[in-house]
Design a protein around this ligand. Structure first.
Ligand SMILES: [Zn+2]
Length: 621
């Protein structure tokens, strides 16, 4: 879709998020916000908030949040340009057209060809589907039934049959008025090697239409019918890349599953056509297939529009195992909450459900181990941890996966879990993780939030503190009261070390830099920097949308209270450190250090007493 630079920002500025969202849910005014029952999770009391001035939404129940485009993308399951187009349309903002000229003509031609190709594909699907009613198509119909696919599902998915003929489809399409040149570009026919004429690509195959997230047919997969199999024919044939299809950019079944995924709150990711068809038919509707063991980044990004939780149920055969592991890693790096389902006896979802039924499958899905537990199990399988060196070998196998987890808190907690499972000292495991994260990544891995981390924030990993109320309130004040933020400048600089030990430090840093440069603190400006870190993005959304004081003087005192409380925490921590060092100096009979440390302790205690004596203003440390 052609769109001039800056158009999305213009639409975001002009659109009214309250109006757009009220097309989907019933909003009620409450304070400065509007509230509603959340459309993204089931609830009885509203926790879904929309802020008309800041133009963001946030659900305090399920955590979904963002700007008007994120809302529309999630509701409509569309991509960003499509969301911009929809919001522009709903807001009466005309889509700009490139001025006449070669660029304009090319853009128009591309759009027209895509539309025509989608029409051709829809005709082809209808043709293949109708072939199931012909005499030749009976064996295909029997094949579908033999594989456990019902007539209803055949109908719903538009499954079909490509007859054993060199020109059945092309003749059909030509009668529909499709010119030769378009037939060739559609990928449905193949040019003869001598360049004279063409023939149908799919022959003697059962046919599966592949749809995009909106349900439009973009490609086909064809599986050979055993009866027709000749030795040279490949088992599966797929459409080539076209103007509407790029291999590895779609998830099979997504248009059928998206609503169920939203309701369930997670997706089950499987491999093949039948791993989708059979569970779906059995009533497990929140399932999509990657059509290949190696999930692509494009597929993960696509799935992320609908959910951040996924249960991966790939075939356990050893051939695909390495690719499956890479897919899992990629999902973890993209911030997914990943569980791994391995079915007993090496079965796939298709065979398992046909043998054991839906309820048994659902039970296994519910009990599927987290990615971390899966990795630990793999590394400790058939290993006696009491054997010398076994613990370290297992640790070396597991940690490279753990350090991929983008969220600091989760990563630290995972390290502790690994330590406890391997019966190792947690301190040692965390140290080893830090060492691994400093060393260069193997090629092919991706940058994550952790790459950009400051060494100070790394300390926060070890101390694993959660976001405190004081941090939250201070962020809220900095984001919402520019004049108070300006007054606080000196105090913020003086307490920089206290801020640097918070887990939300990257947010403070970004906000302070922007204040310094006089740049805006809107959601649109801040969010892109934290896209890969769900925790920080979540804190940002909450801090922006929270309701606060109106009296500026009070807000200023609140902020001072927050800073004091953060500094108190820092001093308490320093004091604990000094106390440890004092004990060690005592053990070493190191009198010089001992005396020095005592002085340091006294100084810290005095400063702490000062802070504790000042009145705290409604700040919960
Ligand atoms: Zn919600």
């Amino acid at each position: 879709m052609w769109m001039p630079r800056g158009f999305a920002d213009q639409v975001r500025d002009q659109a009214d998020i309250v109006r757009i969202i009220s097309d989907y849910v019933t909003l009620k005014k409450r304070g400065a916000n509007y509230v509603a029952l959340c459309p993204f999770h089931r609830e009885k009391t509203p926790s879904f908030h929309v802020h008309p001035v800041k133009q963001i939404f946030k659900c305090f129940g399920c955590g979904q949040g963002g700007d008007v485009f994120s809302f529309v993308m999630r509701m409509e399951g569309c991509d960003f340009p499509e969301a911009v187009r929809l919001v522009a349309e709903k807001s009466g903002i005309p889509m700009p057209m490139p001025s006449k000229g070669p660029e304009y003509d090319q853009a128009r031609q591309r759009r027209q060809w895509r539309e025509q190709l989608l029409r051709i594909n829809a005709w082809a699907r209808d043709f293949f589907h109708q072939q199931l009613q012909t005499a030749q198509g009976q064996k295909a119909l029997q094949y579908w039934h033999r594989r456990g696919v019902s007539s209803e599902l055949i109908e719903q998915m538009g499954l079909g049959y490509a007859p054993s003929s060199w020109d059945a489809l092309s003749t059909f399409l030509r009668r529909r008025g499709v010119p030769e040149e378009q037939l060739i570009r559609s990928g449905l026919v193949v040019l003869r090697s001598d360049g004279r004429g063409y023939y149908d690509r799919f022959r003697g195959r059962v046919m599966v239409p592949i749809t995009d997230s909106q349900g439009r047919v973009v490609a086909f997969g064809g599986r050979i019918l055993d009866e027709d199999a000749s030795e040279r024919a490949p088992k599966y044939v797929n459409s080539p890349d076209t103007a509407v299809y790029t291999k590895g950019h779609h998830l099979f079944g997504l248009s059928y599953a998206r609503e169920a995924i939203r309701q369930a709150g997670y997706a089950i990711l499987v491999e093949g056509y039948f791993d989708f068809l059979i569970p779906f038919q059995a009533g497990i509707k929140h399932v999509v297939a990657s059509l290949g063991t190696a999930l692509t980044e494009a597929q993960a990004t696509l799935l992320r529009r609908y959910t951040r939780k996924v249960v991966v149920n790939f075939d356990p055969d050893p051939a695909g195992r390495a690719a499956a592991l890479r897919s899992l890693q990629m999902l973890v790096q993209q911030g997914f909450d990943v569980r791994v389902l391995t079915l007993p006896r090496g079965e796939d979802p298709d065979s398992f459900i046909r043998r054991s039924g839906r309820a048994a499958y659902e039970q296994l899905v519910e009990r599927a181990p987290t990615y971390l537990d899966f990795v630990i199990a793999q590394a400790t399988e058939a290993v006696d941890l009491n054997e010398p060196g076994a613990q370290v070998r297992a640790l070396n196998e597991i940690l490279p996966y753990v350090v991929l987890i983008p969220n600091r808190i989760e990563r630290a907690a995972s390290g502790d879990r690994v330590a406890s499972r391997l019966m190792l000292n947690p301190q040692l495991v965390q140290e080893e993780m830090r060492r691994l994260m400093r060393s260069p990544r193997p090629s092919g891995s991706h940058r994550t939030g952790s790459d950009r981390q400051e060494p100070v924030a790394e300390e926060a990993v070890a101390s694993r503190r959660l976001v405190t109320q004081a941090e939250m309130l201070l962020l809220h004040i900095l984001l919402n009261y520019p004049s108070v933020a300006a007054r606080l400048k000196g105090e913020l600089q003086a307490r920089h070390d206290a801020l640097a030990m918070t887990v939300t430090y990257p947010l403070f840093e970004e906000i302070l830099n922007r204040l310094e440069r006089g740049e805006p603190l809107t959601y649109a400006a801040l969010a892109p920097a934290f896209e890969r870190d769900q925790m920080l993005l979540d804190v940002l959304e909450r801090a922006l949308i929270a309701e606060g004081e109106h009296d500026e003087e009070r807000v200023y005192r609140e902020a001072q209270g927050c800073l004091a409380s953060l500094q108190q925490r820092q001093l308490e921590r320093d004091l604990r450190k000094v106390q440890c060092e004092i004990e060690r100096a005592q053990q070493r009979h190191d009198v010089a250090s001992y005396n020095q440390l005592l002085l340091r302790k006294l100084e810290l205690s005095n400063r702490l007493a000062q802070i504790r004596s000042r009145p705290m203003i409604e700040v919960d440390a």
